[in-house]
Design a protein around this ligand. Structure first.
Ligand code: CTP
Ligand code: CA
Length: 218
């Protein structure tokens, strides 16, 4: 059974996936970033490909091999990620798994900041919200899926994000345990119908389940 190929339910569909962190430079050697291994996003790209989808995977800096059959676009910053997502359109669905840095440094130093010069004053400016922009886009994919990593009141926060960003679904990720960087995940799928708790499972299993749900919806 394990070797039986999955039916190509997503043949002819294009799905854009973002994964990993973004790095926002401070100077040539330092950056601001979110914690993210990229494992869940890469597993989703793989699962969508296994169902026959054409997948564009926009990846921040991660140490992961490209899943077989996936078109990978490597980026560093949130603004580069936003541009790469735009360039990948049109798409039938988008799954935004990336842990995008919410802020970047207003003035990136040309030279390495030196300790001796005292504490640097870093002015931060907000990065574009890639998910919200995509959901409001003229070429909005039919299905827009976001992730929400939360440490408390998981469904409440995810439900608020779904509304604020006009996403169809939010995969609410409880990161209060040892999920970060690990191989398993505890998620709840928040849709217009409410929240559905999925069994704690390996990221590959969560990915396959989400891919099947995306196939159901398209
Ligand atoms: N996201 C995005 N662009 C950003 C920030 C977030 O596309 N600049 C996407 C993420 O990829 C994820 C979803 O939005 O799919 C939720 O990200 P999250 O960081 O949980 O939400 P925020 O709105 O940034 O709220 P906060 O970090 O304050 O909880
Ligand atoms: Ca954020």
């Amino acid at each position: 059974l394990a070797s039986k190929p999955a039916p190509q339910r997503l043949a002819g569909r294009h799905v854009v996936v973002t994964a990993g962190p973004t790095h926002e430079p401070i100077d040539p050697v330092r950056y601001i970033a979110n914690r993210s291994s990229g494992k869940q996003g890469f597993a989703i790209a793989q699962a969508l490909t296994d169902l026959g989808a054409r997948v564009t995977l926009v990846a921040g800096p991660v140490a992961l091999a490209t899943p077989r059959g996936v078109t990978r676009v490597d980026v560093e910053t949130a603004r580069q990620m936003a541009d790469a997502v735009d360039a990948a359109l049109p798409a039938d669905a988008a799954v935004m798994v990336a842990a995008v840095a919410d802020w970047r440094v207003a003035q990136v130093a040309d030279q390495k900041l030196k300790k001796g010069a005292g504490q640097p004053e870093l002015e931060l400016v907000a990065n574009p919200d890639i998910l919200a922009s995509l959901a409001a886009h003229t070429h909005r994919p039919k299905l827009v899926v976001g992730f929400a990593a939360e440490t408390e009141r998981v469904v409440e926060h995810a439900t608020a994000k779904r509304a604020a960003k006009q996403a169809d679904w939010i995969v609410a990720n409880d990161v209060s345990g040892d999920v970060m960087g690990g191989d398993a995940n505890a998620v709840q799928l928040v849709t217009a119908d409410g929240a559905e708790r999925w069994e704690h499972a390996p990221k590959a299993v969560i990915a396959r389940r989400l891919a099947e749900r995306i196939a159901d919806a398209l």
